[in-house]
Write a protein that binds this ligand. Structure first.
Ligand SMILES: [Fe+2]
Ligand SMILES: [Fe+2]
Length: 198
């Protein structure tokens, strides 16, 4: 097998992986949107659900151009990110904390997608499949924009709400989940501030 043939095989595998990941997200995002307390967050999740449905369709165009059936292969990475996010969200007892944790969980899924689409676009370009690369690039930009929007929402108030709820009430013994989530929210806030100052 030449190296170009093997890169083509890798690309097919990666396409099946991200196709399944996107389908998992079309099921997870509406459930998360229902749990979001903040209106901006709920809107962002609902908007990204629509975009995600578009990502599934765009991948179907890519499969079509490659003459492949549109069929996914179980994406364990996305499954674990979603499972972990759901556990953290159900451990969060206060609304603000839950929203902050939800943003963190969804951003992790965006970063997975950004890595996958970036890789796929590069491989498509290397293989001379420029139309496919252009389709992948459109999705990549939407993933980046969704990620930026979530950062903006987190910075504007969700992390502030989580921090406020953390004041006054000392962490109760036996509520490790909530305390951990609050810490995660606080960490995210610090990261955001540092990022902005650069
Ligand atoms: Fe997507
Ligand atoms: Fe996404």
């Amino acid at each position: 097998m030449s190296s170009m043939e093997s890169l083509g095989d890798l690309m097919q595998d990666e396409l099946k992986d991200i196709y399944d990941a996107e389908k998992q997200l079309t099921k997870a995002l509406p459930k998360l949107a229902k749990k979001a307390s903040n209106e901006d967050l709920r809107d962002a999740l609902e908007q990204h659900l629509q975009e995600t449905e578009g990502h599934v369709e765009r991948l179907e165009q890519v499969f079509d151009q490659l003459g492949m059936p549109a069929r996914g292969k179980r994406c364990e990475g996305m499954k674990h990110l979603i499972d972990e996010g759901n556990t953290m969200i159900s451990d969060a007892e206060e609304e603000g904390t839950r929203d902050a944790v939800m943003i963190a969980a969804v951003q992790k899924t965006e970063h997975y997608e950004i890595a996958s689409y970036g890789t796929l676009r590069t491989w498509a370009n290397v293989l001379g499949k420029t139309e496919i690369a252009a389709l992948l690039d459109e999705t990549l930009e939407e993933e980046k924009e969704a990620d930026r929007k979530l950062t903006a929402i987190a910075e504007s108030f969700v992390n502030q709400e989580a921090a406020d709820e953390g004041q006054g009430a000392a962490p109760t013994r036996g509520r490790r989940g909530t305390t951990g989530a609050r810490q995660a929210a606080a960490d995210r806030g610090r990261t955001g501030t540092r990022g902005r100052s650069r």
